[in-house]
Unconditional design. Sequence first.
Length: 227
Amino acid sequence: MNIYKFKVILMIIFVTVFFAGCAGSMLKVKRAVGGPDDVYIVDDKRELILHLDGLAGGEILGKMKRPDSFDEISVVVAESLKSELAKENINTSKDDQIPSKTTHEGLGEVEVPDWSKRDYKTIISTVVTLSYFVTSGPEGTPPYSYKLKGKTTLRIGKYKRGKLTMLMPTKSGIVNLAFVEKDLGISTGQIAGLKSLMKILPPETILPELKEKTEQGVSLFVEEMKF
């Protein structure tokens, strides 16, 4: 057998094993999300970020709390799943409604979800990422241009006797539902701050489109589960 044929066979084996693993993982997701158990949707709070794009290494220049209006995305996910799966026991919850306990991590104490009294609970973490991306000219010089980007992703886990097992519908474990991008249509000689950019193009500007695309993304995700 020559080396070319050997490489081809190895590639076929790799692809077969990879997709078999993905199919098995998606089956676990289907059983967890579409099965009889309650599904608990958590809105994973994220910050609004001013992010330097391009050759500068993706430096983060500023952060602040994400607008509360984007909490609606988790509701969109819940209602879309209810409709697509014809399943009512899908619940939404804000972070402060989740039972928690204190545990040690590193040199300090952190609050983590406490599911010790809850068996077989499916958790869907809805992650909404909002960023103002700054793109510079050649070699990081002015002029600076800006885009507002919004993204909705899911992470799915199964709690059993207080322990979390992450399910892997994709290789990364993340389900990408929606992505929205809008150009601010300005350029500046110095990098503008978050508050200034928010006045020019408020984050809420992309919320309707992000909600619509999130709903469409849930439909595609459910179709993949049924496949």
